[in-house]
Design a protein around this ligand. Structure first.
Ligand code: HT7
Ligand code: ZN
Length: 871
């Protein structure tokens, strides 16, 4: 296969007005009859070229006449009907009959089986595995879909839109016909057939229409769908209130399935979800599961407007719908919970994972320009950095203009397939702001570095700030231009010692600076002494800072910044500076001032979820993102040493906080658990407090009063046991397995804990896990529960100097390449980012990449990444 380029985009030669599908479901031979009404676009003699993969063609009928084999060409990916075989005139019908084998479809793209149910995944290019089609998002048609299947095995037959017909057929078969009035690209097509429990509710829209809400789950799981239902209702109300956007069909369906490559899919009127993002009760789901379910339900719901009503012209524009929809779901989560904590958690993901991607071999702009396998571009860059770009726009033009821009966007483009430029132009027209330079965020890649210099003239009271920006200069990007970057700052007029407050009449000054040149200087007057700078309030831009602030300045920001993000970030910088020192010098002496700072955070008046974030150390990946030539084992040891230092120094306050958080009732229980469990993770490093871990496990997982059982606390205790390899661990894991062996999603957690045990025995344990009767690479959640959990959560052994960790990952990827290329390709990320590590590790990682590159059936997905990494 050849790569495709954004620059080569051309409108389609033919469009499709209507699609009439009839799908007769059977495990190994499903029959698909696809009747298309095609329209030639303009006067040309081009062939009709349809995409199709893994299909058996049975027949073609063109304008009611059979089309014989000599009149068309067929290969593994295309069906070509030359102009000479097409009828005269601009419109014609084509009936394509094919057969497919859902049972052997382990790639989980197109039509496949998830357990006993049939389901589909068509984004990005999966519809071509169901029938021959113009599989591109700018070809939009109205679909009528008749689904036929065995009535006992598949009582529910679902597709997009409204049900228009149903009935029984001979041989215990039945059918249902669906009609979706909204023209859509085929990537939004969906079909589900199975035997489910159904949770029903409704929502009355702002204009008074009643919408039926239906959530389909595996039999026995009805009670676990309540949270998803409430989340859906909240999302619908929020989109009406925030953006005036109302749902448009009479029914909204969600189906939860166990076999799914990603989180969920926004098919029109029929979302298909990974069951992990639907099912929850307090016994089996953690607080973060609850949070994520709400966020993913919202994300898919918000796509109904940003993605479905207005879609992408081509896949290079993916961030048009994904960046915008992530921004919308982040705003929603912030409104539903603490906006400060939500923002911190989003920034942690961005800085640990997206920054690494943007510095690695697969780095690309949020609007990529060259793609071999589209599935490789569902990335943190397109999604999370894409959302940051929308957020910057929101910051630059303000909330009201942003809303006006959204209104313009829908007024102009409803029912169309458009580009990122179209979106920015709507925002520019709404606000009157020139966004020409801002558009560079869509075409340049890499994380810009902002250098900060400051000066203060005591005589005039003028404070001067100079900022310079630099995007990475590489062969792919020889001459990056200055970007338009909103930089929110706060100038603090107090020392960290509150008694020494100066100039009380002059409160902190908050400013929004627009950095548009390589270097720019701003002056601020009216200071009696040099203010302390808090940079990047709310993390106003996805950039790295080249700015060293001393301990006193950081403590001042931690204490006195009005912006909560800045208060948190200053603390993280302080912690990070110790991690950096300890990585280079294991004997580095940490300042006792850190313990005072931790104690005052623990005793401070902040909300407990915020304190939990404040005292949590930067993760291995967050720290790695700020370093070069990383010695991973030294970094791991540095984080452990710092953690132990804090545990020892602040033990009394950690214990007091742990106990205080245990006392509280239902109110703020999520925040209390968050803080309590960070305290426990410190205390578990000290032998004298390890009994707390065992006690917490007992309380939360093995309680006589089942209503007291709680998965957040259970998993927190197990994580401590695994990280410190406590003696109780194996008994706890055994108990957990006995208790949960029938609950798939909870067993995923069990496998993940098993893969993250910090023990010299880990490779034996990993092999035992792979041999466990419930382990299968065919279920992506289960595969990730061992493979990703090990590579992402067990840095000490993943990076062990024998190279065994890298080898383990590569061996699993090689197996996965044969089963599910999309999942295999995602697993390879930690290996392709080898260049940030010290040479010895680079060589070991590279050796594994070379082995993978030589695999006999290397998929396009993996090939694209390995080629980029091995250049
Ligand atoms: N738009 C969807 C992206 C997607 C996907 C989802 C599930 C399985 C495979 C997939 N490929 C692409 C999900 C979303 O962003 O909402
Ligand atoms: Zn999305």
């Amino acid at each position: 296969t050849e790569p495709r380029f954004l620059a080569d985009y051309r409108p389609a030669d033919f469009t499709i007005n209507t699609v009439n599908l009839s799908i007769e479901l059977a495990d190994t031979s499903t029959k698909v009859i696809n009747e298309l009404e095609l329209v030639k676009q303009g006067d040309h003699q081009q062939a009709l070229v349809l995409n199709g993969e893994h299909l058996t063609l049975i027949s073609l009928v063109l304008n009611d006449q059979p089309l014989h084999a000599e009149l068309y060409q067929l290969n593994d990916t295309l069906l070509t009907i030359p102009a000479s075989s097409l009828p005269e005139g601009d419109s014609f019908t084509l009936i394509i009959t094919t057969e497919i084998n859902p049972l052997e479809n382990t790639a989980l793209e197109g039509l496949f089986k998830s357990g006993d149910a049939f389901c589909t995944q068509c984004e990005a290019e999966g519809f071509r595995r169901i029938s021959y089609y113009l599989d591109r998002p700018d070809v939009m048609a109205t679909f009528t879909t008749k689904v036929t299947a065995d009535k006992t095995l598949y009582p529910f037959l679902l597709s997009n839109g409204n049900k228009i017909d149903s009935g029984d057929l001979p041989g215990n078969q039945h059918f249902v016909t669906w009609y979706d009035p909204f023209p859509k690209p085929c990537y939004l097509f969906a079909l589900v057939a199975g035997n489910f429990d159904l949770l029903e509710d409704k929502f009355t829209t702002m204009s008074g229409r009643e919408v039926a809400l239906e959530i389909f789950v595996d039999k026995g799981n009805l009670a676990k769908a309540e949270h998803a239902m409430v989340s859906l209702q909240k999302s619908m109300a929020w989109d009406e209130q925030t953006f005036g956007l109302e749902y448009d069909l009479d029914i909204y369906m969600i189906v939860a399935v166990d076999f799914f490559n990603m989180g969920a899919m926004e098919n029109k009127g029929l979302n298909v979800f990974n069951s992990k993002f639907v099912l929850a009760d307090s016994q089996c789901a953690t607080d973060s599961d609850y949070f994520n379910i709400e966020a993913v339900i919202a994300h898919e719901y918000f796509h109904n407007w940003t993605g479905n009503r207005v879609t992408c012209r081509d896949w290079f524009q993916l961030s048009l719908k994904e960046g915008l929809t992530v921004f919308r779901d982040q705003q929603f989560s912030g409104d539903m919970h603490s906006s400060a904590v939500t923002r911190i958690q989003n920034v942690r993901v961005l800085r640990s994972l997206q920054f690494a991607e943007d510095a690695g071999p697969m780095a690309h702009p949020i609007r990529p320009e060259k793609v071999l396998e589209m599935n490789n571009f569902y990335t943190l860059t397109v999604y999370e950095k894409g959302a940051e770009v929308i957020r910057m726009l929101h910051t630059l033009i303000g909330v009201e203009n942003f809303r006006k821009g959204m209104d313009f966007y829908f007024a102009r483009f409803d029912g169309m397939a458009v580009t990122c430029d179209d979106f920015i132009n709507a925002m520019s027209d709404a606000s009157g702001k020139d966004l020409t330079q801002f558009k560079l965020w869509y075409s340049q890649y890499g994380t810009p570095v902002i250098k900060v210099a400051q000066a203060f003239d005591a005589a005039t009271g003028i404070y001067t700030l100079t900022l310079s920006q630099q995007s990475p200069v590489t062969k792919k990007q020889e001459n990056p231009q200055a970007l338009h970057i909103p930089i929110k700052i706060e100038l603090i007029n107090k020392d960290f010692d509150t008694n020494a407050s100066v100039n009380t009449s002059n409160l902190n000054q908050t400013k929004l600076l627009e950095l548009t040149q390589d270097t720019q200087t701003w002056s601020f007057s009216g200071f009696s002494q040099q203010p302390t700078l808090a940079m990047l309030a709310d993390f106003s831009a996805p950039v790295k800072l080249d700015f060293s602030q001393d301990e006193t300045a950081l403590l001042t920001v931690m204490k006195n910044a009005e912006n909560s993000f800045c208060r948190w970030d200053a603390g993280q910088k302080l912690l990070m500076s110790y991690i950096q020192h300890l990585t280079f010098d294991a004997d580095y002496v940490i300042s006792p001032a850190l313990i005072d700072a931790i104690n005052s955070m623990l005793m401070g008046g902040e909300d407990r979820a915020f304190i939990a974030e404040q005292i949590s150390l930067p993760s291995f990946d967050e720290a790695a993102g700020l370093m070069i030539d990383i010695e991973p084992l030294a970094l791991f040891d540095a984080i452990s040493t710092l953690s132990l230092f804090i545990a020892q120094g602040a033990q009394q306050q950690l214990l007091a906080t742990y106990q205080a958080c245990q006392q509280v009732g239902e109110e703020d229980c999520v925040a209390n658990r968050a803080l309590k469990n960070v305290c426990l993770s410190y205390l578990s490093r000290l032998p004298e407090y390890q009994y707390l871990v065992a006690e917490q496990y007992q309380q939360a997982a093995n309680n006589n009063d089942i209503t007291q059982e709680n998965m957040t606390d259970t998993l927190a205790a197990l994580t401590c046991s695994a990280k410190v390899n406590l003696p109780d661990l194996s008994e706890q894991l055994q108990h957990f397995e006995n208790k949960w062996h029938d609950t798939t999603l909870v067993m995923d957690k069990w496998f993940a804990i098993g893969a993250s045990i910090v023990s010299d025995d880990i490779f034996t344990q990993l092999n035992d896990l792979l041999k466990h009767p419930q382990f299968t690479l065919k279920n992506p959640n289960r595969a990730r529960s061992i493979i990703s959990a090990f590579a992402m959560n067990n840095p000490k052994y993943f990076h062990c100097k024998t190279g065994k960790g890298y080898q383990f990952l590569a061996q699993q990827i090689a197996k996965m390449n044969e089963i599910n290329p999309q999942v295999a390709s995602r697993l390879v990320t930690p290996l392709i980012q080898y260049k940030s590590f010290a040479t010895a590790h680079q060589q070991l990682m590279k050796a594994e990449l070379i082995t993978l590159h030589a695999l006999p059936n290397l998929s396009n997905d993996l090939k694209e990444k390995l080629d980029a990494a091995l250049i």
